[in-house]
Design a protein around this ligand. Structure first.
Ligand code: SAM
Length: 245
């Protein structure tokens, strides 16, 4: 059978494509793209002409089986997502599962992941972290998911769409208290912004400016938050004492 190649593409800056990614895209028989319009722009930029099929959330069941049939017939297929690493918060995950189940060789041209870039730039501990992707929109599941994070001591990474950002920051603040957050916006793009503050400050900021662009949220884990609070209380008590003196 053929090989399924997961090909990471830039998350904003086209210069982040790898030489290997370009070679694979040139060599395969077919490219399965989450958003064919976005991918065609990138392929045109690098002068690559290749047949493409769309493979995204709402056709992944039917298209997945079709792609597996082609792979079993010996075709080599590259899968690319909207941006970044296919398989991270996009349907690439399902295609890999199907390929693994069918004993098809899966290979990868690694590249940018917005979550990892946000984490590293946050300056928060990277030794242990959890990636939570997008929070569910279903009220009950969402509440449960956020409440599960209360005692999470590892650094927490979330993805969020701009129109849901304010809502999510509010929910996080209400459930987790005023812990530190880094908001990494428009990574690798012209207006990249890394904004470190507390959750209440983030809520304030985005109640006056409407959020635009793409966002990664990096939240301090529970232990660090507790330590910070202790530190704050210590300083508060010191300053109160000074005041009394
Ligand atoms: N597969 C992608 C990856 O490797 O990062 C993620 C796909 S997910 C559908 C899209 C989300 O990733 C966005 O809503 C945003 O949270 C995050 N994201 C993607 N590109 C970004 C960027 N340039 N800056 C900040 N966040 C980004």
């Amino acid at each position: 059978s053929g090989t399924l190649y997961l090909v990471a593409t830039p998350i904003g800056n086209l210069e982040d494509i790898t030489i290997r990614a370009l070679n694979i895209l040139k060599d395969v028989d077919l490219i399965a793209a989450e958003d064919t319009r976005e991918t065609i722009k990138m392929l045109n930029h690098f002068d690559i002409k290749k047949p493409m099929v769309s493979y995204y959330e709402h056709n992944k069941a039917e298209k997945g089986n079709y792609l597996i049939r082609l792979l079993l017939e010996g075709k080599n297929i590259a899968v690319v997502s909207d941006a970044g690493t296919p398989g991270i918060s996009d349907p690439g995950e399902d295609l890999v599962r199907l390929a693994v189940q069918s004993n098809i060789k899966v290979s990868m041209a690694p590249g940018p992941v917005a979550a990892i870039m946000g984490l590293v730039l946050s300056g928060m501990p990277t030794g242990r972290f959890v990636f939570e992707g997008f929070l569910p929109m279903n009220k009950k599941q969402r509440k449960q998911r956020i409440s599960d994070l209360k005692d999470e001591t590892r650094t927490i990474i979330l993805y969020e769409a701009p129109h849901k950002l304010t809502h999510t920051l509010n929910d996080l603040y209400e459930a987790l208290g005023d812990r530190n957050i880094t908001i990494a916006r428009e990574l690798t793009k012209r207006y990249e912004e890394i904004f470190g503050c507390t959750l209440s400050q983030a809520v304030d900021k985005y109640s006056s400016v409407s959020p635009r662009g793409e966002f990664v949220l990096v939240l301090e884990g529970a232990d660090a938050c507790e330590l910070d609070m202790k530190e704050k209380r210590k300083w508060e008590s010191i300053s109160i004492r000074e005041h009394v003196d």
